[in-house]
Design a protein. Structure first.
Length: 452
């Protein structure tokens, strides 16, 4: 077995001590030369011991300093390995320990940074509170939702948030009871918030975790869904009731009456067409909103398509003695999808003819407007009051529900037109003066004319 330096020095000192004892008791019997050699050996061993003690002391001081630097968090602190004996092995072990500690610290730092990034980017608001309800941690969503400042940490929640629902949930969680959170934050804009407050395991500085979410948009969509279902049910009820009533009347004997039967059958056909149109428009709107209909805008000269659209509505206009005009110069070209153009301008023309009184005028024009092209459909109808202009593109919204139904409107045409306009790279807006008429403007990117 290999002996350590300390063990070797111990045995050397022991041998010297034995020699001294011998010299003391038998010194007069030992030749002088041997005595001098003994004293020389003793001096040599003592010198070696002093030198070893000096090197060991210096190595220990260096290792202690390196250990203190590592404990203070200095990443580059490493001991040298040129130490004698066991101290060299200790230095190498300390260096290995420092490498492992540095690797672990880097791993923990990366995990902490990842966790902070995830929490910061979460859509849910995160609040972690101390046992005294002071804020320990919060993310960006919580700062935006509850209006917290950048210095909200370590402040009492009650001083920053004045909503009783939150404070009640926090106090319940501090007492160890999970609580459901639901509150309304007054506007503008008004917001709805739901969440939970949960107690955290005891023994740490974190006591309560609050996770909250802004559900304002979800509530709005849910209200739209309810309104949509109600509107669809209402729109279907009228033609279905009419069809049922007419069919029952015919079945009860009116079918045999040559004077009544044709009129009832004509009304039955009209209601069936109205129901079919409503279904088709709902399907079109659904396909547009879901992206099932995809448009491919290309350079399109507008004179031909607009002339065709106007001509297809001319009979309906003449039936009401409405003057239908088209004003578009040759060569005006826009980036547009032909199908989208038919949907937008066709719906605008249908609406203008429906709501323009007899003897009125509807004008379709296309004009160049810088880098864009404007397609305008202008009528001399009753006009729209300003309070209705922002909502006329909503599904089933009608300025005058009774008049719209009498005219055969479904309340979906303008919503379909705007969706088609936006998905084809354009936009649609309305301007109106009550009593004088309305003008709907479909804006499209301009394209270089290919005409010569």
């Amino acid at each position: 077995m290999r002996r350590t330096t300390a063990e070797r020095l111990f045995f050397a000192y022991a041998g010297v001590a034995a020699a001294v004892v011998v010299f003391l008791f038998l010194g007069d019997r030992i030749p002088g030369i041997l005595v001098w050699l003994g004293w020389f050996g003793l001096a040599t061993v003592g010198g070696v011991g002093l030198y070893h003690s000096y090197r060991s002391s210096r190595s220990l001081r260096e290792l202690r300093a390196v250990a203190q630097r590592i404990a203070a968090g200095e990443e580059i602190a490493r001991p040298t390995t040129d130490h004698p004996g066991e101290l060299g092995a200790m230095a190498r072990s300390l260096g290995t320990l420092a490498e492992k500690l540095d690797s672990k610290v880097r791993q923990l730092t990366a995990e902490r940074d990842l966790l902070e990034t995830v929490i910061s980017e979460m859509e849910e608001a995160i609040l972690v509170l101390r046992p005294d309800a002071r804020i320990l941690l919060y993310n960006r969503a919580a700062r935006n939702l509850f209006g917290l400042s950048d210095r909200a940490a370590q402040q009492a929640l009650v001083e920053l948030v004045r909503f009783p629902a939150i404070l009640d949930a926090v106090y319940d969680a501090i007492r160890g009871r999970p609580a459901v959170l639901e509150l309304e934050i007054p506007g503008p804009p008004r917001r709805f918030v739901v969440g939970r407050a949960r107690p955290l395991p005891k023994g740490t500085e974190a006591a309560v975790l609050i996770v909250a979410r802004d559900v304002t948009e979800l509530r709005r969509l849910e209200a739209m869904r309810r309104d949509f279902v109600a509107n669809v049910s209402h729109e279907f009820r009228t033609p279905v009731a009419s069809i049922r009533g007419l069919a029952e009347t015919l079945a009860s004997g009116a079918l045999e009456d040559p004077e009544v039967a044709p009129r009832f059958v004509e009304q039955l056909l009209r209601q069936a067409e109205r129901l079919s149109e409503l279904v088709e428009r709902l399907l079109d709107l659904g396909r547009l909103e879901s992206g099932a209909i995809r448009f491919d805008p290309k350079p399109l000269e507008l004179a031909g398509p607009l002339s065709r659209l106007v001509d297809s509505r001319r009979a309906a206009a003449e039936a009401k003695r409405i003057e239908l005009q088209l004003s578009v110069a040759d060569g005006i070209t826009a980036l547009s999808d032909p199908t989208a153009l038919d949907i937008v301008v066709g719906n605008l023309l249908d609406n203008a003819i429906k709501f323009t009184p007899e003897g009125g005028r509807v004008v379709v024009r296309a004009v160049k407007d810088g880098a864009r092209v404007r397609i305008e459909v202008e009528d001399t109808g009753p006009g729209i009051e300003p309070r209705h202009l922002e909502r006329i593109f909503e599904r089933f919204y009608r300025v005058d529900p009774g008049r719209a139904r009498d005219a055969g409107g479904s309340g979906l045409g303008l919503s379909i037109a705007r969706h088609a306009a936006q998905q084809s790279g354009g936009d649609l807006e309305a301007q109106s003066t009550p009593g004088k008429g309305s003008r709907f403007t479909f804006r499209l990117p301009s394209a270089r004319s290919t005409s010569v």
